[in-house]
Ligand binder design. Sequence first.
Ligand code: FUB
Length: 370
Amino acid sequence: MPAYSKTSLSLFAFAMLGLLFGACQSSSKKDTADTETAATDSVKEHSLSEPLVRDIYTADPSAHVFDGKIYIYPSHDIDAGVKEDDEGAHFAMNDYHILSMDSINGNVTDQGIGLSIKDIPWAGRQLWAPDAAYKNGTYYLYFPVKDKQDIFRIGVATSKSPSGPFKAEPKPIEGSYSIDPAVFTDSDGKSYMYFGGIWGGQLQRWITGKFDPNGSKTDLKKDNEPALSAKVARLSNDMLHFDEPARDVKIVDKDGKPLLGGDHDRRFFEGSWMHKYNGKYYFSYSTGDTHYLAYAVGDSPYGPFTYQGVIMNPVKGWTTHHSIVDVNGKWYIFYHDTELSGKTHLRNIKVTELKRNPDGTIQTIEPYSN
Ligand code: FUB
């Protein structure tokens, strides 16, 4: 989850602004700010949807319907003054604000801080994309954060209310690593956690099953080998542990062949999500450095999943991360871009309808008009 600028945005306005930005690099801070304002104005004009929240920066929205209300569990982006690097050090978030809405077009209520890094006993730095789940009267907040050795682990915190505050368990979930937990509960009541992210998310450092401190900081660059997979593990009945060792989430092409590491437009990078539609399991994810939200479909929560296509074309900003939720029989995708700030690490969440074709395939969303 690094900080390169996106190459695939095609809007003419963005290209022009890029030239302008290049020409202004040696100018004052004010000139840069003016350019960013112009950039965000252009995004605003062409955007499919509006930012849901404007007074704080939010990203990585995991949305759920709990008790008939929509709850959103996003990252809370801040400008911590940390220098940008390939591993996303500048994404230095410290807490989560939980948001709620009575309906998709309704007002958004900020329920306040649901969990702070200072209240997680084992945490070091960088509170990244969370998710939430409900079971037997308790709400669970799952979160990735680097431990004191600077290794990403996944923790869990509990509350009796979907809006928190949440209390963190004293240790990370045993057997967990990397980032971006997404918890899916199947119709039979069993819950599964999907997780993992390459580059800054450290998944490539776990290929042997143990953390390799000298491992690659970015991709493995093994283009002709099967791509790194997201992981999935069934959760225990108390939702606090893995019930089994994590397995690979295999994504294959239409001929049943695994997607390769060099297939950057289609292979998994980060930001897993799972939803079920008409008995099929839809695994969706970000392709990272090519900035697509893509999906693959399978017959079991474990897969294998056959690649189907793109759910959303690239948004403004390096990262792209989403969730898909059924609200009263209509499906929505929550996502983020950088409309408000024009800066990679200061994002804002959005929502739009997800439409399907009669055969269940998802129609590709274009987040900006030309
Ligand atoms: O918000 C930090 C990271 O950026 C998330 O964990 C990734 O999915 C990307 O959106």
